[in-house]
Ligand binder design. Structure first.
Ligand code: EPU
Length: 416
């Protein structure tokens, strides 16, 4: 599928932010740990969620999903063999490892998919599972894991990996005894999954700190849980607001305290923002100062916003730069932006923009989710029509992006 966008900077209006993708893709697999039905609200309607629903149905669950509310109930013996093409479609499918180990102490799976952001090993997940007493056999891209029982343990993560922290937490809540995870990730999505598990009766202490203590329980009950906002979707529309020249873009249904690093950066370079309790309005600004930013684990500048903030650099006089420290291949947008005539280069893990840059329309390819979003932002800046191919990657992670952008006044259409 391709997107057709007629560039326009006079954008304005209100955009409501959806539930968090990265919380949802962990909470759906985590729901199988409950022994009763579970209701989850504010689940974004994105393709990654649709894929996880398919996997849940395949393994023995009845799932009803409408109006962003999902009800899930076990209706058959659980099939712990999830080797399938669906698993390969997204990264988050690897949370079935922790969830099925916690539930049944076994799983057969294959390597998960997701955006190609360079080498994405799962050694911290697997080393951690082994510490619980899980034996792991690897054949080609298959993983077979089983344990007689999960024993609480101490895990010192080499890096505060979001995925490993969540996966190990999923196993730990049903392990025997106490598990300690040190150097744990403190991203809001980790806290959210922890809160979801606690709402089912899990015992987790230290959420939001780098040391988690988890006391295993025998049984987890059902729950009715509402997922919080997607901070990366919010950041995407806030950055769009800094590019627009209309009467302001208001980003609603958010918690600005989870966006501090982005907001500090934008205010520091001269952007015109009004920050409320649960919304932010971005107004056009006169002159912005060039900046250098480094991606870091939370609360640092999120790697997921790096490709998006690049587009703001095109409006600013002087050299701006972005150093990416989390993933080895997060600059897939650079060659596409060069096709638009942008003055952008990379040296090792850093990209440099020499601004201001006048962008011209081109036919582009979206290589990954955030690349797609950054190309849309760039397309708003140039006069004329930009085409973006492979736009399916965008629909994996943004809810209703075309309608949300149309509501702000952008001429944007999907061409099948
Ligand atoms: N890493 C390892 N070994 C592991 C796990 C991670 O070497 O066992 C490395 C990774 O290769 C990477 C770094 O550690 O270099 C960080 O990886 P992390 O595990 O923290 O990331 P993730 O769980 O794979 C999640 C989000 C990403 C987001 C990162 C960082 C999901 C499904 N994905 O990935 O989201 O960028 O955390 O915040 O939750 C996106 O939404 O566009 C996206 C890529």
């Amino acid at each position: 599928m391709r997107l057709k966008i007629r560039g326009k900077r006079r954008l304005q209006g209100v955009v409501e932010i959806s539930g968090s993708k990265n919380s949802a893709v962990a909470i759906l697999p985590a729901a199988i740990l409950a022994d009763d039905p579970v209701t989850i609200r504010n689940i974004p309607d994105i393709n990654d969620v649709r894929t996880l629903i398919f996997i849940l149905q395949e393994i023995g669950y009845c799932v009803n999903y409408s109006n962003n509310v999902l009800n899930i109930k076990q209706i058959a013996n659980i099939n712990y063999d999830i080797r399938s093409q669906e698993v390969k479609k997204l990264r988050g499918s690897y949370y079935f490892m922790g969830a099925l180990l916690g539930k049944l102490r076994k799983i057969k799976t294959c390597s998960s998919g997701g955006c190609n952001l360079g080498n994405r090993p799962i050694n911290y997940h697997l080393d951690g599972f082994q510490k619980f007493g899980v034996s792991i056999s690897e054949f080609d891209d298959e993983l077979w894991m089983k344990a007689k029982r999960l024993e609480g343990t101490r895990i010192d993560l080499e890096f505060p990996s979001v995925g490993a922290t969540i996966n190990l937490m999923l196993a730990a809540v049903k392990a025997k005894g106490v598990t300690q995870i040190n150097n744990a990730a403190i991203e809001p999505e980790v806290i959210e999954v922890g809160n979801f598990l606690c709402s089912m009766g899990a015992k987790i202490q230290g959420l939001g700190t780098t040391s988690l203590i988890i006391i295993g329980v025998k049984r987890l009950s059902g729950t009715d849980y509402t997922i919080g906002f997607d901070r990366i979707e919010a950041g995407t529309y806030i950055i769009l607001g800094t590019l627009a020249k209309g009467r302001g873009i208001t980003v609603k249904n958010i918690d600005p305290s989870k966006l501090t690093t982005l907001l500090d950066l934008l205010q520091g370079i001269g952007c015109n923002l009004t920050v409320g309790e649960s919304e932010i309005t971005v107004f056009p600004a006169e002159t912005l100062r060039n900046f250098s930013i480094i991606t870091k684990p939370y609360p640092g500048f999120p790697t997921d916003l790096g490709q998006l903030i690049t587009v703001l650099m095109f409006l600013i006089e002087g050299e701006s730069s972005l150093k990416e420290t989390i993933f080895s291949n997060r600059f897939s947008h650079v060659r596409e932006l060069q096709k638009m005539g942008a003055s952008i280069t990379t040296v090792d893990d850093t990209l440099y923009v020499s601004g201001p840059c006048e962008l011209k329309p081109a036919t582009l390819v979206a290589h990954d989710l955030r690349c797609a979003a950054s190309l849309i932002l760039a397309a708003t800046l140039c006069r004329g029509i930009t085409f973006i191919d492979n736009i399916d990657v965008l629909l994996r992670g943004y809810e209703n992006p075309v309608q949300k952008l149309k509501n702000l006044g952008l001429s944007i259409d999907i061409i099948p």
